[in-house]
Design a protein around this ligand. Sequence first.
Ligand SMILES: Cc1cc2nc3c(=O)[nH]c(=O)nc-3n(C[C@H](O)[C@H](O)[C@H](O)COP(=O)(O)O)c2cc1C
Length: 306
Amino acid sequence: MMRRPDWLPFDPGGEFRLGPRVLPGRVWTASGCFGYGLTGRDIKASDGGSPFDGLGAVVTKTITTSPRQGNPPPRIWDAGSGALNSIGLENVGLDRFVDEIIPALRQDRVPFVASIAGTRPGEFGDMTRRLVAAAADCEHWHGVELNLSCPNVAHGGVDFGRRPETVRDCVEAAVAEVTDRIVLAKLTPNVASIAELATAAADGGAHGVTAINTLLGMDIDLATGQPVLPLRRGGYSGPAILPVALAKVDEIVRESGLPVVGVGGIGSAEDALKFFAVGAVAVQVGTSQMNDPFSAAGIAGVFNGS
Ligand SMILES: Cc1cc2nc3c(=O)[nH]c(=O)nc-3n(C[C@H](O)[C@H](O)[C@H](O)COP(=O)(O)O)c2cc1C
């Protein structure tokens, strides 16, 4: 177990309150990087440990109202110190999420936050209402994360979440549907001022923001001179983006005062501590979780001594 640094005002291994909920831990998995929180159910470490041990929440893969096929391959590209992805929001859609995924998460007692995306503010409200109807009695469902920032979708993508008024309106629509669940706005870093977006989320009544989603990135195949991804550009993630993510979280904490769930390049307890140092209340593990499904649980284990 890691000794808690003197400067840290809380126990990183304990439960904590965020808005109306008490979550079991401050280390979560990031949306899109651990499926719907079910893929890890059959994985066991040699010591019997599970990828869910100590997790505060699994943020499930973003769902949209209708199922999506996603983008043509290749969808993930190893760009050296980071990963480029162009998934295009492939997902099962809201009906299957409600009918199949939520009951399984309930049965497995997985703490989760449901990530949702829409193309207009009212859709975020409609989707949240459906989730409340399906999961209001599920004690492990902690809330929604509004994906206002996916750079891989032609419509409703990054341009959508770049406007502060849109962020505010989407948050407001979701907040109107919930009483005892968290509403988080997940922000794009691909703007001049992410703090402006966070302030707009606060105006809409968000309990916090998640920062950051992937950075817009690109790579070239020198054999062809063409981009490696089918839509030319994609989302850049992994170790290389940690300093950028830290700076964005720092900006939001200092300028908006809203609780921030920090994400970007985290692969160790030391990485997570850096986000806590700038004021994040919790962290999410993304790309590292795809390389090693025990990554987030391992970080949580360092903090809670298991
Ligand atoms: C393959 C892949 C799929 C992702 N899918 C989603 C998604 O569906 N919704 C979302 O909000 N973020 C998605 N993300 C972004 C991550 O949740 C996270 O914000 C980003 O990757 C930065 O964290 P990391 O460096 O730890 O990966 C995805 C990232 C990757 C690499």
